[in-house]
Design a protein around this ligand. Structure first.
Ligand code: ADP
Ligand code: MG
Length: 409
């Protein structure tokens, strides 16, 4: 377990050695870039450890340490430069976080990140919290051996076989209807450790972001409703009335208890399913957690007085955690590389002129110059004085850009 900073790390301050207050991040993707922007706006220096020379975060940071995530020299350099370290992706090697934690505050810590890296441990954690959180995960079975495969109860089918590790954006998942399909799918996945989850009748999906400080203080955002297309987040709805209030309250409370249970420090996102259980609004099921800011929280950058990245900065630095206030209803549209590709797969410039002419649009691009189908290139936040106006602009922007996920509203 990493130690808290002895005193808060104030932006703009110099340490005893005369070094400016510097925050570090493992990983150079878009989440790291938005973290760097938030840290710099407050006055921190930043350092990014990332092997890729042209990464979104590395391009905008004061320091870019270009080594592998578990390179001892790179990690030592990061520790030397930084007064605290965070992570922007959950597959950062837990040993790297452990090594950094010997000399530096690291938030979230290796143990929490380790749980989020492995669906088997993650589900065990959710189950351990269920008495307090009031929310269980989908019925599931662990499959690590042939004997476990053969012992899978029939009522888990049809189901989704998910690799325990390294799955994201629907990757590492196979939908199976029969025991024969399950066996074949496990073979196709290389017989690695998996969980089989019962396929649930989803009414909706939502997620909750909380930030928890070294002192255990927790602040949170209201739940956002998420629409996925082909396993990737397409649209986030963030406004009053986006989901039934009782479910929103339960999801928020469950997320706080899931963070508290492991003494989490930093920003945590928990994803939930709303399932059709015969009740009026449906029931909540906890799906997975991300030990970092999350794509579904990007609306907070324009719709709230404090964003998820601001809270990531404050939490790791031991600064007071402001309770965020959402001042505008918002819809976030994810911009995948597909937006840059015409029907024959050639790259074209999206019609930004038309999109940016729409009221309340806020464009965030991640500095990736190479558009590929399915690649997260940026997002568009739409805010406005009222929900109906925001929905109208979102539909117009989605039409201009050819985006999916808004057709059912
Ligand atoms: P990832 O790590 O790729 O986000 P998830 O477990 O969140 O993996 O699954 C991706 C999407 O697949 C979910 O957002 C949901 O739309 C769908 N899905 C996953 N598990 C189930 C399930 N048990 N029943 C129904 N749909 C599911
Ligand atoms: Mg997910």
């Amino acid at each position: 377990m990493s130690a808290a900073p002895k005193t808060p790390i104030f932006p703009g301050s110099l340490d005893a050695a005369g070094q400016p207050a510097t925050l570090g991040v493992m990983g150079g993707g878009q989440l790291g870039r938005m973290f760097v922007h938030a840290a710099q706006r407050l006055g921190f220096f930043t350092a990014v450890l990332e092997p890729d020379a042209q990464s979104p975060a590395g391009l905008v940071s004061h320091h870019h340490i270009q080594t592998d995530y578990n390179d001892p020299t790179g990690l030592a350099q990061l520790a030397r430069l930084c007064h605290a370290v965070t992570t922007e992706f959950e597959n950062v090697p837990a040993e790297a976080l452990q090594a950094l934690a010997v000399t530096r505050p690291v938030a979230p810590g290796a143990a929490a990140v380790g749980i989020a890296q492995n669906r088997i441990e993650e589900k065990a954690h959710f189950t351990a919290c269920a008495d307090v959180s009031g929310v269980t995960c989908a019925p599931y079975a662990v499959i690590e051996t042939l004997a476990q495969l053969n012992a899978v109860p029939a009522d888990l089918l049809p189901g989704i076989l998910k690799t325990a590790r390294m799955g994201y954006d629907g990757k590492g998942q196979v939908r199976v209807k029969t025991a024969a399909e399950l066996g074949a799918a496990w073979g196709d996945l290389g017989q690695v450790a998996c969980v089989l989850e019962k396929m649930l009748p989803l009414k909706a999906e939502c997620s909750v972001l909380v930030a928890r400080g070294w002192d255990g203080r927790v602040v949170s955002f209201a739940p956002q409703r998420n629409v996925h297309v082909d396993g990737i987040l397409a649209v986030t709805h963030a406004y009053d009335g986006n989901m039934p209030p009782a479910l929103a309250t339960a999801a928020r409370a469950a997320t706080v208890s899931i963070a508290n249970h492991i003494g989490y420090v930093g920003v945590l996102c928990v994803e939930f399913f709303v399932v059709d259980d015969g009740s009026q609004h449906g029931g909540l099921i906890v799906n997975e957690m991300a030990p970092r800011p999350h794509n579904s929280g990007h609306y907070t950058m324009d719709a709230c007085d404090v964003s998820q990245f601001d809270l990531q900065v404050c939490a790791m630095a031991g600064l007071p955690l402001p309770a965020p206030r959402q001042h505008s209803p918002a819809i976030m549209l994810n911009l995948l590389g597909d937006v840059w590709l015409d029907t024959s797969g050639d790259v074209r410039e999206p019609d930004w002129q038309a999109v940016l002419s729409l009221p309340g649009t806020h464009l965030h691009l991640y500095g990736k110059l190479d558009a590929r189908a399915g690649r997260k290139m940026g997002h568009l936040n739409i805010t406005g004085p009222d929900v109906d106006g925001v929905k109208t602009v979102a539909r117009q922007a989605a039409d201009v850009l050819g985006l999916p996920g808004l057709d059912f509203i």
